[in-house]
Design a protein around this ligand. Structure first.
Ligand SMILES: [Zn+2]
Length: 123
C-alpha cells in the first residue's frame, strides 16, 4: 500500500527570503570600543538559493505492513547504517516507531512547482 503525503494547500506561502544566497549568523565576540564586548556578524553563503514558496505537509496516517500499527507519517523514523566500519553508510527509511521494522510502508511526497507555487498532483 502506497501512501501519498499531500501538501497542505492553505499552508503554501511566498517565502520572504526567496532567492536568498547568504544570511547573517552571529560571529565571534570582539571589543565594542566602549570597554565592552559585542558580537560580530558573519555572512554565510549557500549554493542553493532559498525557495520561492514554503509549504507544510498535511497529516497523513500510515499503517505498518508488519505490525498494523497506525500513526502519522511524521512518526516514521530513519537511521543510518554503516556497511563497514569507517566506510560509507546508507539511510534506512520509514522505520516503524512501534515495531522497528524498516520500510514498513511506501510513501510518496507531493511536490510543488517552485516557479508558480502550484501543487503537482500525484496520480
Ligand atoms: Zn510496525
Amino acid at each position: 500500500m502506497k501512501y501519498i503525503v499531500r501538501i497542505d494547500r492553505s499552508s503554501i506561502k511566498k517565502n520572504p527570503d526567496a532567492g536568498r544566497t547568504m544570511f547573517p549568523m552571529p560571529g565571534c565576540w570582539m571589543p565594542d570600543g566602549k570597554g565592552g564586548m559585542t558580537r560580530g556578524v558573519n555572512m554565510v553563503y549557500q549554493m542553493q538559493p532559498d525557495p520561492n514558496y514554503l509549504a507544510k505537509n498535511a497529516y497523513c496516517e500510515v499503517t505498518c505492513a508488519f505490525c498494523s500499527s497506525k500513526f502519522s507519517h511524521k512518526d516514521l523514523e530513519e537511521d543510518r547504517e554503516y556497511i563497514y566500519p569507517d566506510e560509507d553508510y546508507y539511510y534506512i527509511d520509514n522505520i516503524c516507531p512501534k515495531c522497528g521494522q524498516r520500510d514498513c510502508c511506501e510513501i510518496e511526497y507531493e511536490k510543488f512547482d517552485q516557479k508558480t507555487g502550484k501543487v503537482i498532483e500525484v496520480k
